[in-house]
Design a protein around this ligand. Structure first.
Ligand code: ATP
Length: 334
């Protein structure tokens, strides 16, 4: 049993100023392990300033730990050289919050995808490169014929973010660091991108560290969770257990701050009871894909909504969450 990734007591202290030097502990004594033979999705959750992005930067090797070690497949990433370093840079990929940032407006999507293929010599010729691009785009639910040849401004935010995922997938990564990948994407596309990430884990064996401040999407996608507060782990474990039965006061606070459909109530206080058992989810077009089908929604956060036509759809697809809240309160009195 070997580990894909191991953090051993990692701390990161940022220092600034020479005369009146000030230091800021962004990450404190963090340890975690991901196993190589069990691809998984782990959420790192916490409010702004808790150290999430610092963790992502450390894992990608952009910054180095002040103390502690980051071990990737048995080797400390700080000292990686030559072939090992190249393999690490290929196998550990990232998708960031802003789906616009990585695109150069003067180049087509093809260029964005061709660069890593050339850099890591992933294809012998142009035809093979094209096959690789098409394969990756298809894997994230895009039609290559609709996407290739287009400029960034000709794509939606959701398409751009999926192209970013496709770009990462091209490199056949073992570990994907997804730092708030859906926070700048329309609510209607969130579930789509989260589902794409889950497919990568399930179908391609990619482990994912999903970084977010949003416990609802964390709950939707992850198997385990680490809750960070001011750079320190407050609570960690199975996502279901941690969110349903938070032990640490800070986690309780985070869970309680998730609004119920009835905005006077807080998540975790009362179960939602369906007025007509099964009646709501039966109409949900997303039911087959939703991990929280109606019976589970009775005890979990509500992930579905009722539209005017009485067809339910996943909360994560909702374009107008406030309408969802209103309608749910009306249709599902607690
Ligand atoms: N380059 C830096 N120099 C000094 N301090 C930094 C630097 N980068 C981050 N920090 C500080 O480290 C702490 C953690 O920041 P970090 O960006 O990792 O948090 P975060 O959880 O990702 O926040 P957000 O969700 O707002 O992006 C914060 O107090 C931040 O001000």
């Amino acid at each position: 049993m070997s580990n894909l990734l191991e953090l051993k007591n990692v701390s990161k202290v940022y220092s600034r100023g020479l005369i009146h030097a000030q230091s800021n502990v962004a990450l404190r004594d963090m340890s975690l392990t991901l196993r190589e033979d069990e691809p998984t999705i782990m959420t790192v959750a916490g409010e702004s300033g808790s150290g999430k992005t610092t963790l992502a930067m450390l894992l990608l090797g952009f910054i180095t730990p002040t103390t502690g070690e980051i071990i990737y497949r048995g080797k400390n990433i700080t000292g990686l050289m030559g072939k090992d370093r190249l393999a690490y840079r290929r196998e550990v990929q990232a998708v960031f919050q802003d789906p616009f940032a990585v695109f150069n407006p003067f180049y087509t999507v093809d260029h964005l995808l061709t660069v890593p293929i050339k850099r890591f010599k992933l294809a012998k010729n142009r035809a093979e490169a094209r096959d690789r691009m098409e394969e990756a785009l298809t894997a994230v639910g895009l039609r290559p014929e609709d996407i290739l040849g287009r400029f960034p401004h000709q794509l939606s935010g959701g398409q751009r973010q999926r192209i970013n995922v496709a770009r990462a997938l091209l490199l056949k990564p073992r570990l994907l660091i997804a730092d708030e990948p859906v926070s700048m994407v329309d609510a209607s596309l969130r579930a789509n991108i989260l589902e794409t990430l889950r497919n990568l884990q399930r179908d391609y064996g990619v482990s994912i560290i999903y970084i977010t401040h949003d416990l609802t999407t964390a709950y939707h996608i992850a198997k385990s969770i680490i809750v960070l507060y001011r750079g320190a782990i407050m609570e960690a474990g199975d996502v279901d257990a941690v969110i349903k039965d938070p032990q640490h006061p800070y986690t309780k606070l985070l869970v309680d701050s998730i609004p119920w459909p009835n905005l006077d109530q807080r998540w975790g206080e009362h179960p939602i009871v369906a007025r007509e058992a099964g009646g709501v989810s039966a109409g949900c077009p997303f039911r087959s894909r939703c991990p929280s089908a109606m019976d589970v929604c009775a005890t979990r956060p509500p992930l579905f909504r009722i539209s005017e036509s009485q067809a339910a759809s996943c909360y994560l697809h909702a374009e107008r969450p406030e309408i969802v809240a209103e309608r749910l309160t009306e249709l599902l009195p607690v």
